[in-house]
Design a protein around this ligand. Structure first.
Ligand SMILES: C[S@@+](CC[C@H](N)C(=O)[O-])C[C@H]1O[C@@H](n2cnc3c(N)ncnc32)[C@H](O)[C@@H]1O
Length: 260
């Protein structure tokens, strides 16, 4: 599905593609369910006064949900994502920087959170950096929202189309628990899963599809073809002019404390 391009984009190029679609990202992507925030809270992530970093914060979809009893910080490499962040979460400063070079001193944070971004990192280097900026006794939370096509037959077609594109542009990654287990600065990872529905619209679903790196990095005519096909698939299942869509997600989260 990547078409007649000479070579497939690298991971760095794909990660950079978010800059061009920051507004679509903000419109289309979901936030994260309370169940995950509560689960992290039960593990001590958000004690009053805790210093919390949202790393690879994007437009602040996670940051805006974090409790204000904590001291909140954010790092995001792309300028357009930071602009959307500043508009959506004006009370939290967002610094330019990467997970491989976090612009904070050693032992700064009680909690580091990474939402929908850990797969973009050079993971070994990033874990070294996260361990460096975490205080002893701190913890790392990871989360991903995934399409739950088992929960809605109409979504299966959309997801199949997305998977076809994703398969041509990304390689299989080592499972997160294995990556975490290999790093001796961290203890045993815990994992949770939560299924939920977002009440959304077709425009937001199309913005979500456009904000996927493997779609936004396609040549414009292919990108448009993907959006047209997605709209047709949804309307074929849910009816033309459908106004409200219950979009099912399966959210997977991890919590890993620093090693004792
Ligand atoms: C799918 S978005 C997730 C954004 C946000 N955390 C959220 O939950 O909506 C991935 C984000 O990771 C950022 N990113 C990519 N590579 C990164 C890196 N090496 N270090 C830090 N952030 C990175 C991208 O710029 C993008 O904003």
């Amino acid at each position: 599905m990547s078409g007649p391009t000479e070579r497939e984009p690298t991971r760095t190029e794909l990660a950079g593609s978010f800059d061009a679609i920051a507004a679509a990202y903000e419109l289309g992507r979901p936030e994260y369910p309370d169940a995950v925030l509560d689960w992290w809270d039960e593990r001590g992530a958000f004690e009053p006064g805790h210093s919390v970093l949202d790393l690879g914060a994007g437009t602040g979809k996670l940051t805006r949900l974090l409790p204000i009893v904590c001291e909140l910080h954010a790092v995001e490499p792309l300028a357009n994502m930071r602009s959307e962040f500043a508009a959506a979460v004006p009370d939290v400063d967002v610094l330019g920087g990467t997970a491989e070079q976090i612009p904070y001193p050693d032992d700064t944070f009680d909690t580091v959170l990474v939402a929908q971004a850990f797969h973009w990192f050079d993971q070994g280097v990033a874990l070294d950096e996260i361990a460096r900026v975490l205080k002893p006794g701190g913890g790392l939370g990871l989360v991903w929202n995934e399409d739950d096509s088992d929960a809605a037959p109409w979504l299966a077609k959309v997801v199949d189309d997305k998977r076809l594109m994703a398969a041509s542009t990304t390689s299989t990654e080592r499972p997160v628990v294995e990556v975490l287990a290999l790093h001796d600065a961290f203890g045993l990872a815990e994992e949770m899963e939560h299924r939920w529905e977002l009440d959304t619209t077709i425009e937001r679903v199309l913005a979500d599809v456009l904000s996927r790196s493997y779609v936004s990095s396609l040549p414009p005519e292919q990108c448009l073809a993907v959006l047209t096909r997605t709209r047709e698939s949804i309307e074929a299942e849910l009816g033309t002019g459908v106004e409200s869509i219950a979009y099912p997600y399966r959210t997977v989260a991890f919590w890993v404390p620093t090693a004792e």
